[in-house]
Design a protein around this ligand. Structure first.
Ligand code: SAH
Ligand code: SF4
Length: 382
C-alpha cells in the first residue's frame, strides 16, 4: 500500500518528504504540482529530481475519486456523484454565479444527526470521509472545470461544506482538508471564502475557532428548543442558548465576520410570523452578548419520506420582512440545480438501499459510456 498524498496538508506532506530524506521546499513543489496544476503522475513533475520522482513512484500516489456520473443543470450547476466504495456514493455540486464559483462538498457518507427535513439524515450514517476524499472533490472539480471551460486560472472561488454529512462530526479529517483549501501553495482561498456549515456541534465549534476559523454557518431552523428538538435531534444535546453562546465565542476568533444562520422554511412548521418574532427576540438577547449574524432562508426541497412541505414564497417573504424590519440582514436562497436533484438536502442516492445504489451506478455508467448526459438520477425517490 502506498500513501495517498491527497491526505496531507503542507505540514503533513513535509513530514512525509522528510521521511524520504527530502527538504521542505521539495514538499512545497510537490504540493503545488498536485493542487495548483492538478498533476497526479510524478513523471510529469519535471522540476523534481528524477531520483525523487522514482522514490515517490515507489511509495506514494495521488488517488482520485471514482466518478459515477456528472449531471449538468440548465442553470449551469454541475453535480458529480462519486463512488467511495462499499456501495457508498457522495455528491459534489458546483454552482456558478456572475461573481463567484462555489463548490459544495460532502464530509461524510450519510449523516448521523438525522434532521427531519434532510434526505441525507433519513439515509442514516455510513462512514466518515478521509481528508483525501474531502479534498479530492475540490481537486477534481477545479481541474475538471478549468479544462472543460478552457480556463487557465481559478474557477472555484468559494467552498461550502454543505454537501452530505455533518463536517464537525468528522473534525480530525476535516481540518487538514480546510488547511489545503486555504494554503497559498494549493487553492489559496481566503478564510472568508470557505464555509463550514454545522447543525451545532458545540465543542467542535470551539475547536474550529482555535484551529482554523473559517466562515461559519449554523443550521438553526427553529427559534425555540421544543421545535428544534423535533427538527434537529442534536438540539437535545446542545440547546439553542448554548449554541448561540458558542457562536459568540467563535466570533472572537473571526472578528468582523458574521455567523450565517440557515433556516429551512417548512410550511406550517417553523414559518409563521410568531416564529419570526421569536427569532428577533432571541437574536436581540444574544446580540448584546456580541453575536453578529445574518439569516439565510432556504425554501425546503421536499422529498416524500419527510412528510413536510415547502413554505409558499409569500410566506417566506413575509417572514424575511419581519426579520429585516428588526434590523437582521436576511437573504432568501435561490434554489439551484433543481432539475438534477442538486439542491440542498437532495444529495446522493439512498445510502441504505445498497442494491438500488449499485443498480443505479451500473445504469449511469452505461449512459456515460454511451456519451449521453445524465440529467436525472434514475430510480431516486424524487
Ligand atoms: N450537516 C451540515 C451541513 C450539510 S446540510 C448542516 O446541517 O448544516 C447543508 C444545509 O442544507 C443545512 O443548512 C441544512 O439544514 C440544509 N438542508 C438539508 N436538507 C434540506 C432540504 N430538504 N431542503 C432545504 N435545505 C435543506
Ligand atoms: Fe446531517 Fe446536516 Fe442533513 Fe442534519 S441537515 S441530517 S446535520 S446533513
Amino acid at each position: 500500500m502506498t500513501t495517498n498524498l491527497l491526505d496531507f496538508d503542507l505540514d503533513g506532506l513535509a513530514a512525509f518528504c522528510e521521511r524520504l530524506g527530502e527538504k521542505r521546499f521539495r514538499a512545497t513543489q510537490l504540493f503545488r504540482w498536485i493542487h495548483q496544476r492538478g498533476a497526479h503522475d510524478f513523471s510529469q513533475m519535471t522540476d523534481l529530481a528524477k531520483a525523487l520522482r522514482e522514490k515517490l513512484a515507489g511509495t506514494a500516489h495521488v488517488q482520485p475519486l471514482r466518478v459515477v456520473s456528472r449531471h449538468d443543470s440548465a442553470d449551469g450547476t454541475v453535480k458529480w456523484l462519486f463512488d467511495v466504495g462499499a456501495g457508498d456514493v457522495i455528491e459534489t455540486v458546483f454552482i456558478p454565479e456572475a461573481d463567484r464559483g462555489t463548490l459544495c462538498i460532502s464530509s461524510q457518507a450519510g449523516c448521523a444527526v438525522g434532521c427531519r427535513f434532510c434526505s441525507t439524515g433519513h439515509q442514516g450514517f455510513s462512514r466518515n470521509l478521509t481528508t483525501a476524499e474531502i479534498i479530492a472533490q475540490l481537486w477534481f472539480a477545479e481541474h475538471f472545470l478549468r479544462q472543460h471551460l478552457g480556463k487557465s486560472e481559478r474557477v472555484i472561488s468559494n467552498v461550502v461544506m454543505m454537501g452530505m454529512g455533518e463536517p464537525l462530526q468528522n473534525y480530525a479529517q476535516l481540518v487538514p482538508a480546510l488547511r489545503v483549501m486555504l494554503d497559498d501553495h494549493a487553492y489559496g482561498l481566503s478564510r472568508r471564502r470557505v464555509t463550514v456549515s454545522t447543525s451545532g456541534v458545540v465543542p467542535m465549534m470551539d475547536r474550529l475557532g482555535q484551529d482554523c476559523p473559517v466562515a461559519l454557518a449554523v443550521s438553526l431552523h427553529a427559534p425555540v428548543d421544543v421545535l428544534r428538538d423535533n427538527l434537529v435531534p442534536l438540539n437535545r444535546k446542545y440547546r439553542i442558548a448554548e449554541l448561540l453562546q458558542a457562536c459568540a465565542r467563535y466570533q472572537a476568533f473571526a472578528p468582523r465576520d458574521f455567523i450565517t444562520f440557515e433556516y429551512c422554511m417548512l410550511d406550517g412548521v417553523n414559518d409563521q410570523s410568531e416564529h419570526a418574532l421569536q427569532l428577533v427576540a432571541l437574536m436581540r438577547e444574544h446580540q448584546s452578548a456580541g453575536l453578529s449574524c445574518k439569516f439565510n432562508l432556504i425554501p425546503f426541497n421536499p422529498f416524500p419520506a419527510s412528510g413536510l412541505k415547502r413554505s409558499p414564497m409569500p410566506q417566506v417573504l413575509a417572514f424575511a420582512r419581519i426579520l429585516m424590519d428588526a434590523g437582521l440582514v436576511t437573504t432568501v436562497r435561490k434554489t439551484r440545480g433543481d432539475d438534477i436533484d442538486a439542491a440542498c438536502g437532495q444529495l446522493a442516492g439512498d445510502v441504505q438501499d445498497r442494491t438500488g445504489v449499485e443498480q443505479r451506478i451500473a445504469s449511469q455508467r452505461q449512459s456515460m459510456l454511451g456519451g449521453v448526459k445524465v440529467v436525472s438520477v434514475a430510480g431516486t425517490t424524487r
